[in-house]
Design a protein around this ligand. Structure first.
Ligand code: AMP
Ligand code: ZN
Ligand code: ZN
Length: 301
């Protein structure tokens, strides 16, 4: 197989584009796709300061690498959830990436914030770890984003398509109304962007490999049997039979997304304790967790 551009030996074939590329031209292709997503959705402007939320996995580290190469001023953000056998390893990959490239990195540790790791918080609150994890990530990401133009996450095409599929299957109108690769800064929340929406997991994995990005490989121990993984596999099966379906499914949705309304459009108010925007009646969900765990007293009034 020859590279379409230079006729040298190709290293990857992209069926969706009927395109074989060598390493140099695949890396160029990848950065072009990131640039196109940023431009199509007006995610960022030149010179923006971006906080890149990194999990230590291939997608978010590939994203950090790409945004840095594209000339954005980036800072990494890692939330250390204290997940046994996972967080410390992921953190080490993130720290190594940042120090090699001399890029700034902010770390928040749940053990320091709560005095407890995620597993223990979930056990004591009798709530699924994944649900709490999502809330904690959003909260600490937003707080770390003060002074930045936007927070970028490494969600890729497979992630977004699986999420869309699940939301359509169950007609989750509220989620559909705010599933978009760019969400503006409003009500005190920071702007959120997903510059990898046009790139599949296979493509981000190839990019990470070719750029020599050492990343955390194992799946989160709490995500065993997650429906999102089941949906991703279904969508991959569909893609194998009908090339290009995933991207057209997602792009088609973006065109009609305005038709979905958030049925509970209550305006968030600052949390009485920490000031984080919340619709949960005065106290945000993270402060509530701390109160329920006895780490903090319920404010009076
Ligand atoms: P996930 O929800 O694990 O699929 O991750 C989605 C995105 O959230 C990743 O691509 C990262 O940008 C971000 N993210 C996930 N875990 C963390 C973490 N522990 N710290 C900071 N950002 C994270
Ligand atoms: Zn080439
Ligand atoms: Zn709060």
């Amino acid at each position: 197989m020859k590279c379409r551009i230079c006729k040298g030996e190709a290293e990857i074939y992209l069926p969706q584009y009927h395109l074989a590329l060598c390493r140099e031209h695949f890396l160029e292709f990848f950065l072009k796709r990131v640039k196109k997503a940023i431009k199509d959705f007006k995610m960022l402007s030149k010179g923006d300061r971006v906080l890149v939320a990194v999990s230590g996995g291939k997608d978010s580290l590939a994203l950090w690498d790409a945004l840095d190469l594209l000339g954005y001023e980036t800072t990494g953000f890692f939330l250390d959830l204290g997940i046994e056998g996972a967080s410390a390893k992921a953190r080490a990959k993130v720290e190594e990436f940042a120090s090699r490239r001399e890029l700034p990195l902010k770390i928040v540790s749940l053990k320091e914030e709560f005095g407890l790791p995620l597993g223990e918080v979930a056990k004591r609150l009798r709530e699924p770890a994944c649900k709490l994890c999502g809330r904690l990530k959003r909260y600490y990401m937003d707080r770390a984003a003060q002074g930045f133009s936007a927070v970028a996450t490494g969600h890729n095409l497979d992630d977004e398509v699986a999420f869309l599929f699940g939301n359509v299957l169950h007609w989750k109108e509220e989620y559909l109304s705010h599933q978009f690769p760019v969400l503006p800064a409003e009500f005190g929340f920071s702007k959120k962007v997903k510059p990898l929406v046009y790139l599949s997991e296979r493509e981000t994995a190839a990019y990470a490999f070719m750029r020599g990005i050492d990343h955390h490989v194992e799946r989160c121990p709490f995500s065993q049997g997650a429906t999102s993984i089941f949906y991703k596999n279904i969508m991959r099966q569909i893609e194998l039979r009908m090339t290009g379906t995933r991207l057209s499914f997602l792009k088609g949705f973006y065109k009609i997304r305005d038709r979905f309304r958030n049925p509970v459009k209550e305006k968030p108010q600052p949390c009485k304790v920490c000031g984080y925007p919340t619709t949960a009646g005065g106290i945000c969900s993270v402060c509530r967790m701390k109160i329920r765990l006895g780490l903090m007293e319920e404010p009076s009034g």
